[in-house]
Design a protein around this ligand. Structure first.
Ligand code: CO8
Length: 258
C-alpha cells in the first residue's frame, strides 16, 4: 500500500516502517498517525512478518505532534475526535515485537512513540525530550507516565519540567534505550536485532513481549502468575518441542511458528 507520510519495506521477516514528513521533522499529523496505524495493523496481521521496526530520518525520529495542526484546536474538538487515543496508541496494541530505531530528535510525541515500542535502539546523535512545557502544554501521549517508569521520578520530572533534551549516552545510562550505536550503523543494527527476534518462534516471542509488558500493569505476584501460565502454555507448542530437541541433538532448531 502507498502512503504519503511513511515508507515501508520488508526485509525477510522484518517490516520496516519509516516515518517520512521531512518538511516537518516527521511531526505527527492525523494523516501520518492514521497511516502508521494502518501499517502496524497490516504488519501485525501479516503471517510473513515476525518483527517490526519503526524509524525516522537521520535528523529526526519525530519532533512530536504537529504543533501547527494542534495550535488552534479546542478542548471540545480534542474530546469529540478522541485526539491521540483514536489513532496514536496502535503501537501499544501491536502484538508482534516493535523496535524503535531512533536517530536525531525524538521529542514530545516522538519520544512517547519511541517509548510505546518494545525497546529503543538509539544512534549516537539521538536526542530525547518532552519539551511540551516550553509551548504551554504537557505531554499527552503517555510521556509523564512512561518516562517516569523508564528513568525514575527525578529524571522524569527534570525532563518534563525543564523541557531539556537528553543525549543518547545519558538515555542509555538511565535505561531509556537498550543500546547506542554510531549513526551510520543504526539501521543495520536494528535490522540484525529484528532478524534475530524474527528467527525465533513467533508465538513464543509474542508471549515474551506480553509477559514483560505485564510487569508494567500489575503486581509482582500477579505478573509472576501470568508468566507461569504462559510458561506452561509454551509446552503446547511444536516450537518448544523442536527447540529443546535441537539443543539436545546439538543442532540449530527449525521453528515453524506452531
Ligand atoms: N510540529 C510542526 N512542525 C514542526 C515541528 C512540530 N512539532 N517540529 C519542527 N517542525 C517544523 C518547523 O516548523 C520547520 O518548518 P518550517 O521550515 O516550515 O518553518 C521544520 O520543521 C524544521 O524545523 P526547525 O527549523 O525548527 O529545525 P531546527 O533544526 O532549527 O530545530 C527542533 C529542530 C529543535 C526539533 C525544533 O524544530 C523544535 O523544537 N520542534 C518542536 C519540538 C516540540 O516542541 N515537540 C513537542 C510537540 S507537542 C507534542 O508532541 C505533544 C504530544 C501529545 C499531544 C498532546 C495534546 C493534547
Amino acid at each position: 500500500m502507498a502512503y504519503n507520510c511513511l515508507e515501508t519495506e520488508t526485509d525477510d521477516r522484518v517490516q520496516i516502517i519509516r516515518l517520512s514528513r521531512p518538511e516537518a521533522l516527521n511531526a505527527f499529523n492525523n494523516e501520518l498517525m492514521n497511516e502508521l496505524t494502518d501499517a502496524l495493523k497490516a504488519a501485525d496481521a501479516d503471517p510473513k512478518i515476525s518483527c517490526i521496526i519503526i524509524t525516522g530520518s537521520e535528523k529526526a525520529f519525530a519532533a512530536g505532534a504537529d504543533i501547527k495542526e494542534m495550535a488552534d484546536k479546542t478542548a471540545t474538538e480534542a474530546y469529540l475526535e478522541d485526539f491521540i487515543t483514536s489513532n496514536w496508541e496502535q503501537v501499544t496494541r501491536t502484538r508482534k515485537p516493535v523496535i524503535a530505531a531512533v536517530a536525531g530528535y525524538a521529542l514530545g510525541g516522538g519520544c512517547e512513540l519511541a517509548m510505546m515500542c518494545d525497546f529503543i535502539i538509539a544512534a549516537d546523535n539521538a536526542k530525547f525530550g518532552q519539551p511540551e512545557i516550553t509551548i504551554g502544554a504537557i505531554p499527552g501521549a503517555g510521556g509523564t507516565q512512561r518516562l517516569a517508569r523508564f528513568i525514575g521520578k527525578s529524571k522524569a520530572m527534570d525532563m518534563c519540567l525543564t523541557g531539556r533534551m537528553m543525549g543518547a549516552e545519558e538515555a542509555e545510562r538511565c535505561g531509556l534505550v537498550s543500546r547506542v550505536v554510531p549513526k551510520a550503523e543504526l539501521m543495520d543494527t536494528a535490522i540484525e536485532v529484528a532478524k534475530k527476534i524474527a528467527g525465533y518462534s513467533r508465538p513464543v516471542s509474542m508471549m515474551v513481549k506480553e509477559a514483560v509488558n505485564r510487569a508494567f500493569e500489575t503486581t509482582l505476584a500477579e505478573g509472576v502468575l501470568f508468566e507461569r501460565r504462559l510458561f506452561y502454555s509454551v509446552f503446547a507448542t511444536e516450537d518448544q518441542k523442536e527447540g529443546m530437541k535441537a539443543f539436545i541433538e546439538k543442532r540449530e532448531p527449525n521453528f515453524k511458528d506452531a
